[in-house]
Design a protein around this ligand. Structure first.
Ligand SMILES: Cc1cc2nc3c(=O)[nH]c(=O)nc-3n(C[C@H](O)[C@H](O)[C@H](O)COP(=O)(O)O)c2cc1C
Length: 346
């Protein structure tokens, strides 16, 4: 249910809630975003979309912009190193699909992107960020936001400079992942800079990095005073984190309903073959730690049809209900499974 009062605004866009699903390539598609949004994620980000691919009218690009009305506020995230192209393609995306917000990716650490000056590579060219946001904020009808890292490496943690540049050049919010480009996903996210940025700017600040469980949400908010918390890997297999429920608090019955529902949404959206294949990376996270999962894991991720999948899954449920000790699902999670353990990254 929506609170009457927005938690904060991104320019004129009201945001109801303080938890947001991270943009994640290969995961934050329309089916998964819609589930997270319904469970409490306050807005939806697409995964990063290449402005260069858009400029080439690459057919495979457009589906990234599919969204459902219930997902609004809807954020389209774009990346590029070319200011003219980013501005032109952002305008085009707004005109063609009507998102509420355009976000610029300044955090991608993948070498092929960051080394050419896009993603986190933009952090090395603050003047270009200034020019880009000045133009975007003047030429687009919708608010423009940026998602950054702390800097390129430990020697160049320029997050405060970049935050000021973003605010001074019309950005309407900043999301910060508390790592440098060089760290990629290693080490632990440093939340102190998130608090420094929050204290330094007036626009909303969204804190991100290593929120693994519900207790981390309150810790990040208390340490930084950020307006919202962005959650990535910990939401995969546990979209209930947006209801402030840890993996271990979700019953198998709830997981079973969600697995069926998410699979159906994937089949509907991607078609029977691709939908099932793409669902595999979600199902392994849903069943992580569920007693008896080892007996079914391999079969569930290698079966070839949705009917086969549902048949296998139903058998697992029946065995569980019959109290088969090998696959009983009413037990405590397997001890090795920590609800605060992050999923591996790409
Ligand atoms: C598989 C994967 C794909 C990602 N894709 C994107 C992306 O498209 N755009 C983006 O800004 N960040 C992307 N990220 C980074 C996340 O948005 C987030 O900043 C990072 O995972 C840290 O948050 P977490 O610890 O909650 O996962 C991705 C991360 C992962 C694990």
């Amino acid at each position: 249910m929506m609170n009457a009062m927005p938690t904060f605004h991104i320019r004129e866009i009201p945001v109801h809630g303080d938890l947001i699903l991270s943009p994640m390539a290969g995961f934050s598609d329309q089916p998964f975003r819609s589930i997270c949004r319904e469970l409490g994620s306050a807005m939806s980000y697409t995964e990063f979309v290449s402005a260069a691919a858009m400029a080439h009218d690459n057919d495979r690009t457009w589906h990234y912009f599919d969204f459902l009305p219930v997902e609004r506020p809807m954020v389209f995230q774009l990346f590029d190193q070319d200011v003219d192209r980013l501005v032109a393609q952002s305008k085009r995306a707004v005109e063609m699909f009507g998102p509420d917000i355009i976000d610029i990716n300044m955090g991608c650490s993948v070498s092929s992107i960051s080394q050419r000056g896009a993603g986190a590579g933009l952090l090395r060219t603050p003047a270009k960020i200034a020019q880009l946001f000045d133009r975007l904020s003047k030429e687009l009808s919708v608010p423009v936001t940026g998602k950054i890292r702390l800097g390129w490496d430990d020697q160049s943690r320029n997050y405060l400079e970049v935050a000021h540049i973003l605010e001074d050049n019309g950005a309407s919010a900043i999301a910060i992942h508390g790592r440098t480009k060089q760290q990629a996903y290693h080490g632990t996210a440093d939340w102190i800079p998130i608090g420094e940025v929050k204290a330094a700017v007036k626009i909303p600040v969204i804190g991100n990095g290593d929120v693994q469980c519900v207790a981390d949400i309150a810790r990040l908010k208390a340490q930084t005073n950020c307006d919202a918390v962005m959650i990535g890997r910990a939401a995969i297999g546990n979209p209930w984190i947006f209801q402030r429920k840890d993996r271990a608090q979700v019953t198998f019955a709830e997981k079973a309903v969600m697995i069926r529902r998410h699979l159906a949404a994937m089949l509907d959206y991607y078609g029977p073959t691709r939908g099932l294949i793409l669902f595999r990376k979600h199902v392994v996270k849903y069943i992580k730690g569920v007693p008896g999962q080892s007996a079914y894991h391999l079969a569930l991720v290698t079966c070839h049809t949705a009917d086969e999948f549902i048949g296998l899954f139903s058998r697992w449920e029946e065995q569980s209900l019959a109290g088969d000790s090998e696959s009983s699902l009413d037990q405590e999670p397997e001890p090795s499974q920590d609800s605060c353990e992050l999923a591996p990254v790409r």
